[in-house]
Ligand binder design. Structure first.
Ligand SMILES: Cc1cc2nc3c(=O)[nH]c(=O)nc-3n(C[C@H](O)[C@H](O)[C@H](O)COP(=O)(O)OP(=O)(O)OC[C@H]3O[C@@H](n4cnc5c(N)ncnc54)[C@H](O)[C@@H]3O)c2cc1C
Length: 418
């Protein structure tokens, strides 16, 4: 009988498993709750009007149209019946498996304050990005309409909470939007007066980078007009703004870029997880008590050389390759590959429209050259010639014309439907 491999999640990890199982002779079912594969590293550019949604996401069916061995299901997984070896779907359906790969990623963590989400959306999906884009653009419109100076100021104050790469990238581009791109278009307000706050509870921004790069990033952000506030835990937030310590700051647009929570895979399986809900897997990326259930990417806690593998796209892809190699070897009756080993490619973050920091471990880069390397790397990893050309052209157009192309307010308010 043909071996049934069920893969849940068509993100970086899941899709890599599908790719590497080509020709392996198994029957693959790929389940995702969305119909597209998303390039999350450029999501912040959709949220800040630089790119359109279709430039960083691709219909999964189209990507796999030449793979008759793969059946794609648009469905939400809600559980696993380990005894009967079936995946449970939200609509009541069941999908049987011989091998199961869970690559369901992560979402935001609000550290016990989930009620903050409606006022401070995080950035994880296309819906999040268009929600944030809508709120940003509407804040400028509301400020233009308002005759009350205090209200105007609140509409023109933008707070980004959490200063990892995503927070830094968002703050830099929002400042650029307000200070360089929009001023000529508004008559009643001066958008250069907009305040962009980057609020970080820890002592410095980009904590995973060396201190030198973090200091450089702070200076670059400040040059762009971002107010960087470190050592500033947010104690409350709501419609009216954020509270840092006991100091309220009126602001109408707040974005959450702090904290990560793994998908519910650990709960479905009833197994041990770490504090962020990541499933503790063996060094072969399987459950310790079931060599036919693999968990990988942002939803797995994996350690190599005593260090936890970070939640980044290259790690998920490398794990996807490893899992596919394990399944292929097992199918062919060959010895299984050894433990998974992570190869770190470096940490990258952009700061505004043409500066970046890169930490390759042995050496570091910053400024415009780093931005070019960041840009080329991201274009290389996009899927297909069309996307590469369109994204490169959008960046070039924005650079030459001082205009961002994706500034339409097109939808009603929507939040993530987790
Ligand atoms: C804003 C942002 C910026 C980032 N920037 C970078 C960067 O610059 N460089 C970098 O290396 N990494 C970056 N990352 C991290 C990187 O995107 C992740 O590490 C990577 O996507 C993890 O891959 P994955 O396969 O584990 O999960 P994902 O790529 O998140 O894929 C998970 C998939 O599972 C699906 N899914 C989830 N739950 C269910 C369910 N119940 N039923 C069915 N399907 C489900 C989702 O729809 C999704 O398609 C960024 C992440 C974000 C959010």
């Amino acid at each position: 009988m043909t071996r049934k491999v069920v893969i849940v999640g068509a993100g970086f990890g899941g899709l890599q498993v599908v790719q590497d199982l080509k020709g392996a002779g198994c029957e693959i079912t790929l389940i995702d709750q969305r119909n597209h594969h998303l390039f999350q590293p450029l999501l912040y550019q959709v949220a800040t009007t630089l790119l359109a949604t279709s430039e960083i996401a691709w219909p999964i069916r189209r990507l796999l149209r030449n793979r008759p061995d793969v059946t794609t299901l648009l469905a939400t997984v809600t559980g696993i019946d380990r005894e009967r070896r079936e995946v449970l779907l939200k609509d009541g359906g069941r999908v049987p498996y011989d091998d199961l790969v869970l690559a369901t990623g992560a979402t935001h963590a609000y550290f016990g304050r989930d009620d903050w989400e409606k006022d401070a959306p995080g950035l994880k999906t296309l819906e999040d990005a268009t929600t944030i884009r809508r709120r940003l653009l509407l804040a400028f419109e509301a400020a233009e309409l308002s005759d009350d100076p205090a209200e105007r100021e609140a509409f023109l104050t933008f707070a980004v909470i959490g200063a990892g790469p995503t927070g830094v990238e968002l703050a830099g581009i929002i400042a650029d939007l307000a200070h360089r791109i929009l001023p000529r278009e508004f008559r009643r307000i001066d958008t250069t007066k907009a305040r962009v706050l980057l609020i970080e509870a820890g002592p410095r921004i980009l904590a995973a980078f060396p201190e030198k790069l973090s200091a450089h990033a702070t200076r670059s952000l400040e040059r762009l007009g971002v107010e960087v506030q470190t050592g500033s835990p947010v104690t409350d937030l709501g419609e009216a703004g954020v509270v840092i310590g006991d100091k309220p700051i009126p602001c109408r647009t707040v974005i959450w870029a702090a904290g990560v929570q793994a998908s519910a895979a650990g709960t479905w399986l009833g197994v041990e997880t770490d504090r962020a809900g990541r499933v503790m897997v063996s060094d072969r990326l399987t459950l310790p008590d079931d060599p036919h259930i693999f968990v990988l990417g942002d939803t797995a806690h994996v350690e190599t050389d005593g260090k936890m593998v970070p939640g980044v796209a290259p790690a998920a892809k490398q794990q996807g390759k490893h899992v596919a190699a394990m399944i292929r070897a097992d199918l062919a009756g060959k010895p299984l590959p050894g433990p998974f080993r992570y190869r770190h490619m470096g940490n990258l973050a952009t700061i505004g429209p043409n500066s970046a920091v890169i930490d390759f471990g042995r050496f570091q880069l910053r400024g415009r050259l780093a931005w070019w390397i960041w840009g080329l790397a991201h274009i290389y990893f996009l899927i297909g010639t069309r996307s590469r050309l369109v994204v490169a052209l959008s960046w070039l157009w924005s650079f030459l014309s001082g205009q961002n192309s994706a500034r339409l307010i097109t939808q009603k308010e929507t939040l993530r439907d987790q």
